[in-house]
Ligand binder design. Structure first.
Ligand SMILES: Cc1ncc(COP(=O)(O)O)c(C=O)c1O
Length: 342
């Protein structure tokens, strides 16, 4: 096997072609056999429900080459459960956990030469995707689905070091509706976030901190990531039906609790921001992305969180611990990693 000709250290978060993807079709009420493909395209009907009515959901997870040479995937069963929730949320066929796991293992093995080496900071990003395939003109769920997994190597998130960035909040845009699809990982939510996200980037912010879409009083999510803060020594994170249940956030809550900290999942009001000693966005891509300042675009208030411009000690420790577990550098007491038998 020839190692891929890639400068791992210079990799960004973009699409790099790999050798294979895996696919499985749902027809006549059941999932078929796993198919291996080296094509980067799919053939589908021009009237497919995924194209017209947004019947698509996806996942994002990573495989890492560890210190001991083993390849680990972080909590893939949680991604399997979450894509089942997403599928249920928009009336798509559910993917059995066993099928999800078989395809994860297969797509990693087939693309082994694209798994970045230990120490490069890069990883193999796995993107499972389910799409409605049936041709429909009326608004109705499909009968046939395609579930595929592609992989692409991605570089380290913090190329210029683990540093706080500024985020903004505004009442001008909602990502999702109060009883809408925010807790599912469906493409429509991301389409709905593009205008606000691009505006934030143009203004020099790394992300938008969305408020709850009903009352605009509580903190919700931070771009395509969850949000947490450290207040009076406690790890606090929003309880909300309109945010995606982040697997990273769930893991960080556990680690914070292991560290002896109080952990609260509850409504967090804007008024509490001045009491944060630390804040961060969290998700698979970055683990934790520390927040420097939060700027309220509607009234000009600027909240300074990272007063010395550095990540806070809790965020640093959480980041180091979760990363260490993913890379097999430290113990994995909750058995989060699944080792791939290459
Ligand atoms: C909207 C949104 N929230 C939160 C997250 C973080 O979730 P996870 O930690 O499972 O990657 C993601 C990324 O998947 C996301 O897209």
């Amino acid at each position: 096997m020839k190692e891929a000709d890639i400068e791992w250290k210079n990799l960004g978060f973009g699409y790099v072609p790999t050798d294979y993807n895996v696919r499985c079709y749902y027809r006549n009420g059941k999932w078929g056999e796993i198919e291996v493909s080296s094509s980067e395209t799919i053939e589908m009907h021009i009237a497919a429900t995924s194209l017209h009515y947004g019947q698509e959901c996806f996942e994002g997870l990573k495989a890492f080459r560890g210190k001991d040479g083993n390849v680990r995937v972080f909590r893939p069963i949680e991604n399997a459960k979450r894509i089942q929730e997403s599928a249920r949320g928009i009336k798509m066929a559910e993917i059995p956990t066993e099928l999800f796991m078989q395809m994860t293992e297969k797509v990693i093995k087939l693309n082994e030469r694209f798994i970045p080496p230990y120490g490069s900071g890069a990883s193999l990003y796995i993107r499972p995707l389910e799409i409605g395939m049936t041709a429909r003109v009326g608004v109705k769920p499909a009968d046939e689905y395609c579930f595929l997994m592609l992989v692409t190597p991605v570089g380290p998130y913090f190329k210029e070091g683990f540093k706080p960035t500024n985020i903004c909040l505004t009442r001008e845009y909602d990502r999702v509706a109060p009883k809408g699809t925010g807790r599912y990982k469906v493409g429509g939510n991301y389409a709905a976030s593009l205008v606000a996200g691009e505006k934030a980037h143009e203004l020099g912010y790394s992300a938008v901190l969305y408020l709850d879409p009903k009352e605009k009083k509580y903190l919700d999510e931070c771009g395509p990531a969850n949000f947490y803060a450290i207040k009076e020594g406690k790890y606090i994170t929003p309880a909300s039906d309109s945010i995606l249940p982040s697997i990273t956030n769930d893991s960080l809550m556990q680690l914070a609790s292991d560290m002896g900290m109080g952990v609260e999942r509850r409504h967090i009001t804007i008024d509490e921001i001045p009491d944060f000693s630390e804040a961060a966005a969290c998700g698979t891509a970055a683990v934790c992305s520390p927040v420097g300042e939060i700027h309220d675009l509607d009234n000009g208030t600027k909240y300074v969180i990272a007063k010395d411009g550095k990540p806070g000690p809790v965020t640093q420790k959480l980041y180091d611990t979760l990363n260490g577990i993913r890379l097999g550098e430290i113990d994995d007491p909750h058995n989060w990693n699944v080792v791939i038998d290459l």
